[in-house]
Design a protein around this ligand. Structure first.
Ligand SMILES: Cc1cc2nc3c(=O)[nH]c(=O)nc-3n(C[C@H](O)[C@H](O)[C@H](O)COP(=O)(O)O)c2cc1C
Ligand code: SF4
Length: 443
């Protein structure tokens, strides 16, 4: 189903270097945008494309850009969110490692559309190996006149800076990211004001995901209208999915939006089925923060319709039977995976990564981890299961940033769909511990 857009030139030898990238049609969108289009026309093409942010929330990119405060009294900034720390999500690093110029190209065209002269790539601290790759690509783009004071003689100028973080998941949240970029502790800000009005150094700022920005060049090349015809409904275009867990072929795949989930899991071109011919038990389809769904509900919706890889289809149903496409971190569990152990492991992560500003998140993630630890280790009580549900409910919607929800949803959804496993841990701890001996957590 569908051709590749982002990864189309992935297999061209040497594509990471400017010369090869340029010879393969790279940077054409910069020439087209800067020479033949006004900034407003570029932004209009992005709106027309229907592109939705690939960082997790799926917010329409053109609409986000239209919010940017355009008053001339302050500089505007574009910040590329390359923090990618969500368990199960590993597609942005893949793009930056193999196609750094695709990102640089997108940053130039986006900056032109937004009237930005300084652009930052905020990259996760652990991605040290990518910093050199990106800086080399930026140097090459300068050398060939695609960055600097007067790009291609058009009068438009842009500098791109790479800023490594220190390795905190919360710095992927856009306002924590801006704090960190300003040299402060990465604590999320209270919104409003939104970054479009008061972002980096108090100036209007757009924060977009790596994949979102890498898609801008291809959109300008093919035109927004053509891009909007790819995909399904309001989920236009293609999406990178990082697939992991108990599957035959873990990796990063570019899919056309609308691909049936079943084809993605079992198709030879994608995950290639469940490893060791086991049965599918469950999937977390959008990175660790989104609700887990059992096999029957991930393959078909509650109303029996085939579930598709789109923002809408993933959310189909009520809050109980739906989930989210999120950042596209697709984590697959086979029949032997222990949902309790994986939920506990994940909650340890959120407890560690909570910035501590809000009591429900700071305390709640710790309480949930303690309770899950005792259930997993054979010391749980039946009442602990509802206690977990109550703690999760008290975190949800009560915090400054969505990390609270991100920590609560996996626990609540795991109990909703796999309560029997939690009960089994409480009622038969010795048997469960024996069964799990030597079993690794999936994530
Ligand atoms: C705890 C937390 C972590 C996040 N981590 C990332 C991240 O690593 N990369 C990313 O693009 N967005 C991340 N986001 C979402 C960003 O806040 C923001 O919505 C996104 O960068 C916007 O880009 P988009 O509109 O292109 O999707 C995170 C959000 C939260 C609450
Ligand atoms: S929800 Fe958690 S991570 Fe977000 S601001 Fe509050 S304490 Fe910090």
């Amino acid at each position: 189903m569908g051709g590749k857009i982002l990864l189309a030139n992935m297999d061209v030898p040497g594509i990471r270097d400017f010369d090869v990238y340029h010879a393969s049609g790279g940077y054409k969108s910069v020439e087209k945008a800067l020479r033949d289009m006004t900034p407003a026309q570029v932004a209009a093409e992005v709106t027309r494309s229907g592109l939705r942010g690939r960082g997790g929330a799926g917010f329409p990119t053109g609409l986000k850009w239209s919010f940017l405060d355009k008053k001339p009294d302050k500089p505007r900034f574009l910040v590329c969110n390359a923090d990618e720390s969500e368990p199960g999500t590993f597609k942005d690093r893949y793009l930056m490692q193999h196609l750094p110029h695709l990102l640089i190209e997108g940053l130039i065209v986006s900056s032109y559309a937004l009237g930005v002269k300084s652009c930052y790539i905020y990259i996760r601290g652990e991605f040290k190996y990518l910093v050199g790759i990106l800086e080399k690509a930026i140097r090459e783009a300068h050398l060939h006149g695609f960055l600097g004071e007067n790009i291609l003689g058009t009068g438009f100028g842009l500098q791109i800076y790479v800023h490594p973080g220190a390795g905190a998941y919360i710095c992927g949240e856009e306002t924590a990211l801006l704090e960190s970029l300003e040299g402060k502790r990465g604590n999320p800000r209270i919104k409003p004001p939104f970054p479009a009005f008061k972002g980096l150094y108090g100036c209007p700022t757009v924060v977009n995901n790596v994949e979102t920005l890498a898609t801008i060049g291809p959109i300008i090349n093919m035109g927004g209208e053509a891009y909007s015809k790819i995909g399904k409904g309001k989920s236009t275009g293609t999406k990178l999915i990082s697939a992991c867990g108990n599957i035959n072929k873990p990796g990063v795949y570019e899919i056309e939006m609308g691909l049936p989930v079943k084809d993605f899991i079992y198709g030879d071109a994608y995950c290639g089925g469940i490893a060791n011919d086991k049965k599918l038990k469950a999937v977390i389809p959008g990175g660790s923060s989104v609700p887990i769904l059992p096999a029957d509900l991930i393959v078909n919706t509650a109303s029996g319709v085939q579930r598709l890889m789109t923002f809408e289809s993933m959310a189909d149903g009520d809050f109980i039977s739906g989930t989210m496409l999120g950042s596209g971190g697709f984590i697959v569990f086979d029949e032997d995976a222990c949902i309790v152990r994986n939920t506990w492991n994940l909650t340890r992560f959120y407890r560690h990564e909570s910035c501590g500003q809000c009591s429900p998140c700071r305390e709640g993630t710790g309480w949930m981890e303690n309770v899950l630890h005792r259930i997993e280790h054979g010391q749980g009580k039946m009442s602990d299961i509802d206690l977990l549900v109550r703690i999760a409910k008290n975190i949800e919607g009560t915090t400054i940033c969505p990390l609270g929800d991100a920590a609560a949803w996996p626990v609540a959804s795991a109990i909703r769909h796999f309560r029997h496993e939690f009960e089994e841990h409480v009622l038969h701890p010795a048997e469960v511990l024996e069964k799990e001996r030597g079993l690794q957590a999936v994530y």
